[in-house]
Design a protein around this ligand. Structure first.
Ligand code: FAD
Length: 317
């Protein structure tokens, strides 16, 4: 079932969902199941599975370093299929521009359709670790909006090199990313929201936000998006802080601000166990306020750890 249909069916009740990261290549999928199991009692209608970009590794061959391109966490689509069948839940694979040609994207979407996957998140992806700026893969897309268009084209039978008339067209529901504190490359929040509107005009059905720790920023973002004519559901993405290092890491990687009260509370902690408790409490308060405001879904970034998401969900759902 489509994410937007789950939202419609819920008739204003806030749903619970979360995002997982595929295991590192060679690791068992069981670890992933162990993290999903405790969250299933909160009845997520859908689970997102991220896609990681390929990266360069250096292999020592008799003293000479060989530079090779590799994907450390492959398996997004396989994981989506296995979770869908194991838990009878909808899964949302993240589809990236970076690292994929348009043809590869087309084949991926054909596979999704065969597997009965009805939702995809269309994302640009970040720059590769060694690059300062994102550069599109040869034969791939530069912006997520172009990817949205490709998915919508396939939904109407318009494949890259042919038009196929069939009764069995895909009908993907498309999610896209939004940034309450603006995307790091955007010159201003307003111009970033204009770009978001382009994605919606090209066929995106819903928006999931980057994590944020200050609900005021989310509410202001939703208001600005509505003023600019974005009328699709906007789903807040949130995450509990779990270790002290997050105070530096999260702003650096995701370009988000951490409110001073939360910084002070985390800094006052003597152990990471205490930090985890502070993070969970902050996230519960955030979740309750967002739920009270009537958000359609609370979407949690699990980052491979379900225990603190469970601690939050227990208090909120
Ligand atoms: P876009 O919408 O293409 O925007 C990128 C930048 O370009 C923005 O600054 C925008 O304002 C600007 N822009 C857009 N269109 C134009 C245009 N026509 N001309 C000029 N500028 C333009 N990354 C992963 O690698 N894997 C994942 O699984 C993943 N999942 C994510 C899930 C969520 C909910 C979110 C919020 C992010 C996720 N990301 C993921 C990170 C995402 O890939 C990065 O934030 C990336 O830098 C931007 O992706 P986007 O889809 O927002 O890009």
């Amino acid at each position: 079932m489509k994410v937007i249909d789950h939202i419609k069916k819920a008739k204003g009740k806030t749903l619970f969902s979360f995002e997982i990261i595929p295991p590192v290549k060679g690791k068992s999928i069981q670890e992933l199941y162990n993290n999903i199991d405790p969250l299933m009692e909160f009845k997520p209608p859908f689970i997102d599975v991220t896609t990681s970009r390929e990266e360069y590794v250096y292999i020592d061959r008799d003293g000479l370093l060989d530079k090779k391109l590799t994907r450390m966490r492959p398996g997004t689509l396989g994981i989506c299929a296995s979770i869908k069948h194991k838990y009878d839940v909808d899964t949302v694979p993240h589809v990236l521009c970076g690292g994929f040609t348009k043809e590869e994207t087309e084949y991926l979407l054909v596979d999704c359709h065969y597997l009965g996957i009805e939702n995809v998140m269309a994302l640009r992806g970040d720059a590769m670790k060694e690059e300062k700026y994102f550069s599109p893969t040869k034969g791939g897309h530069q912006y997520a909006s172009q990817l949205v268009k490709q998915i919508q084209d396939i939904n109407t039978g318009n494949y890259l090199h042919e038009v196929i008339e069939t009764d069995d067209c895909s009908n993907f529901c498309i999610g896209v990313a939004g940034y309450p504190e603006k995307h790091m490359e955007a010159p201003s929040l307003k111009s970033d929201i204009k770009r978001l509107k382009e994605k919606v005009e090209l066929g995106a059905d819903y928006v999931v936000t980057q994590m944020f720790f200050d609900n005021k920023k989310f509410f202001a973002f939703v208001e600005a998006a509505r003023e600019m004519g974005i009328n699709v559901p906007i789903i807040p993405g949130i995450k509990p802080i779990a270790v002290k290092r997050h105070l530096q890491l999260l702003p650096q990687v995701f370009r988000v601000d951490i409110p001073q009260d939360l910084v002070d509370a985390v800094e006052a902690c003597k152990t990471n166990k205490e930090v985890r408790q502070v993070g969970v409490e902050w996230c519960i308060a955030q979740s309750k306020e967002l739920k009270e405001a009537g958000v359609p879904v609370l979407h949690y970034y699990s980052m491979g750890k379900s225990d603190n998401i469970k601690a939050v969900a227990k208090e909120v759902f």
